[in-house]
Design a protein around this ligand. Structure first.
Ligand SMILES: NC(=O)C1=CN([C@@H]2O[C@H](COP(=O)(O)OP(=O)(O)OC[C@H]3O[C@@H](n4cnc5c(N)ncnc54)[C@H](OP(=O)(O)O)[C@@H]3O)[C@@H](O)[C@H]2O)C=CC1
Ligand SMILES: CC(C)(CO)C(=O)C(=O)O
Length: 305
């Protein structure tokens, strides 16, 4: 059995932490406010395709009370990473690995600045979960997968054991050939579909047909940045991404899209914003993302009040 710390107990943190605790692993949640009170008072439940109920879970708002763990799951939203910087160091011993589960491509670097890249294991989640209320998580759709790998893609016994822990609780966790390819591949899917979907007010079925040329051009902007950064994408990365979009249910939307459509703060800055920033860094023009980011920033500002 392994020792985990899970920072945040929202859709992803509550889901993974709950399943791992239910599977007999030692899991400590690092949470705050209402979530801390709910976890300590009523435990944690997961509904949907995966189910679990835990009357009691270990939770604290101070990671120093936990000490070193084998694995940290960082599950706050990308924009919340700076707020947890002080919670990370007490959890990280010489061997500890820290999985960054955020959408977008910047979280591994952000977390590496705090704990060192030798501890960071970038992670890509292809599972849909939702925080219903503190301590109550729902799972939607298929079983999905979680992929992760070391910064240099070299498998270690601890990463292997973590894979086995996920698999042991029913979560597919295959070893990706190159985690950076995986991370950018998901970004090429989620960022353009989310931004175009929000701007048009349409789900993926409409975006991939009525806006196919724009979608393809947006994906190509992200592809160009990835290549400029040395990510070894396959030659037909754009076509593969379009094919993946085509496989999604016609009414699918992304979490960013749902957040902005409902007037909630979103991960716009770490998605379209990151494309604009990283494009400038490597000298790749991103005119479509520049425009989408500028327009959607007005919505984001309104949502943040
Ligand atoms: N859910 C999903 O299906 C998927 C999500 N992702 C990515 O995973 C990341 C997390 O998403 P998701 O789980 O849905 O988001 P949620 O908003 O459901 O969960 C984030 C949790 O982090 C907590 N949190 C924020 N700041 C702190 C802090 N300083 N200390 C302790 N807890 C904190 C929040 O609690 P509080 O109420 O206290 O703010 C909240 O419960 C995102 O980057 C998302 O893009 C990727 C793939 C799928
Ligand atoms: C599509 C999904 C749920 C993939 O798991 C996602 O990551 C998002 O909408 O932000």
């Amino acid at each position: 059995m392994m020792r985990f710390a899970v920072i945040g107990a929202g859709g992803l943190g509550g889901f993974f932490g709950g399943l791992l605790a239910n599977g007999g692993h030692e899991v400590h949640f690092v949470v705050r406010g209402r979530t801390l009170a709910a976890l300590l008072d009523t435990g944690l439940s997961i509904t949907g395709g995966f189910r679990a109920h835990l009357d009691r879970v270990e939770a604290t708002d101070d990671a120093r009370t936990i000490g070193h763990v084998d694995v940290v799951l960082v599950t706050v939203k990308a924009g919340q990473l700076p707020d947890i910087a002080t919670q990370l160091p007490p959890l990280v011993g010489p061997q500890t690995i820290v999985l960054t589960m955020q959408n977008g491509v910047e979280a591994p670097d952000t977390v590496a600045e705090v704990v060192g890249r030798e501890h960071v294991v970038p992670c890509v989640v292809r599972i849909f979960t939702q925080l219903e209320e503190p301590g109550r998580i729902s799972h939607h759709g298929g079983a999905g997968s979680v992929t992760f790998g070391a910064w240099d893609n070299v498998e270690t016994p601890l990463i292997e054991a973590t894979r086995a822990a996920f698999e042991g609780v029913g979560i597919s966790a295959p070893e990706p050939p190159d985690i950076w390819v995986d991370l950018w591949t998901k970004a090429m899917f989620i960022i353009p579909t989310g931004a175009l979907g929000t701007l048009s007010g349409q789900p993926m079925g409409e975006v991939r047909t009525a806006l196919r040329d724009e979608l393809s051009a947006c994906i190509a902007e992200i592809e160009a940045i990835a290549r400029a950064r040395g990510v070894r994408l396959p030659p037909d990365a754009v076509e593969r991404t379009l094919a993946f979009v085509d496989e999604q249910p016609a009414d699918a939307t992304t979490s960013l899209q749902r957040d902005l459509m409902h007037g909630r703060a979103s991960e716009l800055d770490s998605q379209a914003g990151a494309v604009v920033r990283l494009g400038r860094q490597v000298g790749v023009p991103t005119p479509r993302h520049d425009l989408m980011y500028a327009v959607l920033s007005l919505r984001e500002r309104a949502a943040r009040g």
